[in-house]
Design a binder for this molecule. Structure first.
Ligand SMILES: *Cc1c(COP(=O)(O)O)cnc(C)c1O
Length: 406
């Protein structure tokens, strides 16, 4: 136990259970621990580090801007925010964008916008609108958002929750059609459930949901905090089905792995519900964040990160699927957003991640049985092949261990 670890354990709240490694440095797809050991980062901070650790272009923009102007609040215009919002709207084909910091805040912004839209445009009495979300979702950790969660651990002890929140099964468009009432404001959905375990809905699901939302006059809100910005092989995961949401939420990789930067983007009529003073954030859209966010978007486009993700993801998925192990139930994903689901009474996701750590690979299990593999999108094909070899060896060793013990 190192001094750093014991201080964190002694003084930190106990809301995380980190793997036993103390990271001190990162560069590109690698991070190093306090003993100088190098690891391939296959977690990328839940996709926040798609551009790689300490990306030189982003660090340059960050340090230049930090020496010019960093935080002034939205009480004033700055030279940085406009260009950032403008490029974000252009790339997503949205009309307007509202900057926040974390994904949670941008989801909250979407929910507030939707409720107000239902009042203003549908005539739903204030306090009576409904929001529909999906089983297995992850949209953040605020009280309203965990009110939408179906995960008992995220909810237990944190109630009461706001009323008007409804859960339907994921991947079932008919369930959406049945759940809509005259009071429904919006349907909020992830194109692929990330924290839920890299769960892909059936093909055509998003397009069908978008159609139902249009027909029934409810908002189609898509949370692409994790799936967006090239992660799944397209700029947005929605692009696979050619759907354009009414409201879109981006975060994580938008901060280039350096800062928390998020956006709620929307069509004109939806964003128009906010007037001066209705909503805001002290740090949201600050010039430092805007400069980094703008550069993060430019890099994704100029370096073709979405295309890389599509191409390398396909090879990586095929290579992972060729690993024969009785411990693996399924390997699934899209682009460089992949989950390995394990099946065993004796082996947990945590154990696999500890073995991967020993093998020089950082990952994290989600929902106990799914190992998430989501490396920085700048990763090279040979680095992915090396990862497959290491992952293969870890599963072989675990399987042998299970056999010996039985
Ligand atoms: C991580 C995540 C969030 C929350 O983002 P934070 O920055 O942690 O608040 C919301 N939605 C999805 C889909 C996420 O993966």
């Amino acid at each position: 136990m190192t001094a750093e670890r014991s201080l964190e354990d002694r003084y930190g709240a106990n809301n995380y259970d980190p793997l036993p490694v103390v990271l001190v440095r990162g560069e590109g797809v690698f991070v190093w621990d306090s003993l100088g050991r190098r690891y391939l980062d296959m977690m990328s901070a839940y996709s926040a580090v798609s551009h790689g650790h300490c990306n030189p272009r982003l660090v340059r923009v960050l340090t230049d801007q930090a020496q010019k102007l960093a935080v002034v609040s939205r009480a004033f215009y700055t030279d940085q925010l406009g260009p950032f919002l403008s490029l974000a709207c252009e790339l997503t084909r949205m009309d307007r964008a509202l900057p926040m910091n974390t994904g949670t805040e941008a989801v909250e912004t979407a929910l507030k916008a939707a409720r107000k839209w239902a009042c203003v445009h549908k005539g739903v009495p204030d306090g009576q609108s409904e929001i529909i979300a999906c089983q297995g979702n992850f949209h953040g950790r605020s009280i309203a958002i965990v009110g939408l969660s179906s995960e008992p651990q995220y909810r237990r002890g944190f109630g009461p929750y706001p009323p008007g929140l409804k859960i339907i099964p994921y991947g079932d468009a008919d369930a959406l059609a049945q759940a809509v009432t005259v009071r429904t404001a919006a349907f909020l959905v992830e194109p692929i459930q990330g924290e839920g375990g890299i769960v892909l809905p059936p093909e055509g699901y998003l397009a069908r949901c978008a159609e139902i939302c249009r027909e029934r006059n409810i908002l189609f809100l898509v949370d692409e905090v994790q799936t967006g910005l090239g992660r799944t092989g397209r700029f947005l995961a929605c692009d696979y089905e050619g759907v354009k949401p009414d409201g879109l939420i981006l975060g994580k990789a938008l901060g280039g792995g350096l800062l928390p930067v998020s956006l709620f983007l929307a069509r004109e009529q939806l964003m128009h519900v906010f007037g001066p003073g209705d909503h805001g954030s002290t740090f949201g859209g600050n010039p430092l964040a805007a400069a980094v966010g703008l550069e993060a978007l430019k890099i994704i486009v100029e370096e073709g990160l979405a295309e890389r993700s599509a191409e390398l993801g396909r090879e990586f998925l095929d290579a992972l699927r060729s690993i024969r192990s009785p411990l693996i139930r399924s390997v699934r994903g899209r682009g460089l957003f992949i989950g390995i689901e394990i099946q065993s009474e004796r082996v947990t996701g945590r154990m696999v991640c500890e073995r991967l750590l020993d093998a020089g690979i950082l990952s994290k299990e989600t929902h106990k049985t799914v190992i998430r593999l989501a490396p920085p999108l700048i990763i090279r094909a040979d680095q992915l092949r090396d990862a497959v070899d290491r992952i293969h060896r870890v599963f072989d060793a675990l399987d042998q261990g299970v056999r010996k013990a039985s």
